[in-house]
Write a protein that binds this ligand. Structure first.
Ligand SMILES: Cc1cc2nc3c(=O)[nH]c(=O)nc-3n(C[C@H](O)[C@H](O)[C@H](O)COP(=O)(O)O)c2cc1C
Length: 201
């Protein structure tokens, strides 16, 4: 069992949904997990004692939410010393057969690394959603236009979710497993018990 934090930045909610699913899987695998929304800011002490972190962020105009970048930079000291995974959420990630879309995913991820100074050990690009029902009038028009340009969905009377939940579950289980292997060894626990015996004696 390890203490894990899932830190996320979202605009329209899909990354929050993905983050909650990751938390669910990590908890099912036996870890103690905290979910941190960067829109509310991350308290100074929030990552103290945390042994691994998953960071999820949605892409808007090629960029990740400002508060997510700021939070990672503020906590870089803690993050550099522990295993981290990054989950960039975008529509480009859904277009697996498009070389240009995949290049865009790589470019935005490289920008995250350059802007934060954090190079996560695992990168899990994840397809987001097209939620026409939540977009303001102008955003709806732009998103419909962009979607049409790339052969995507254009019926603005409904929403489209492209997230592959099986892939999210597989990623979270693998991260849970890797973290368990790193921190679930018997040795540190035995050491703690031994110390307690010494104190009692
Ligand atoms: C205004 C706007 C700009 C977007 N820009 C991009 C983009 O540059 N590249 C991309 O792949 N997806 C883009 N998307 C799609 C989002 O990444 C996708 O909808 C994602 O699910 C949003 O996650 P969220 O609901 O957590 O904010 C954009 C969406 C909106 C509404």
């Amino acid at each position: 069992m390890a203490r894990i934090a899932v830190v996320f930045g979202t605009t329209n909610g899909q990354t929050a949904k993905i983050s909650r699913r990751i938390v669910e899987v990590l908890r099912t695998e036996g870890h103690v997990v905290e979910l941190l929304d960067t829109r509310a800011g991350i308290p100074d002490a929030a990552l103290v004692g945390v042994q691994a972190v998953v960071i999820a962020g949605s892409v808007k105009m090629g960029k990740f939410p400002r508060q997510l970048i700021a939070s990672v930079r503020e906590h870089l000291g803690e993050l550099l010393g522990i295993p981290t995974a990054f989950v960039p959420v975008s529509l480009s990630a859904a277009r697996k057969n498009s070389a240009s879309a995949q290049r865009e995913v790589q470019k935005t991820t490289a920008r995250f690394v350059a802007e934060t100074g954090l190079n996560p050990g695992v990168i899990q690009p994840t397809a987001g959603a097209l939620v026409y029902s939540r977009y303001a009038f102008f955003t709806k028009l732009v998103m419909r236009f962009l979607s049409k340009m790339t052969g995507g969905d254009t019926d603005t009377s409904r929403d489209y979710e492209y997230t592959d939940w099986n892939a999210v579950d597989d990623f979270a289980r693998q991260f849970a497993d890797d973290t368990q292997k790193l921190f679930g060894r018997e040795f540190p626990q035995r050491l703690t018990q031994h110390r307690e015996l010494l104190v009692r004696a």
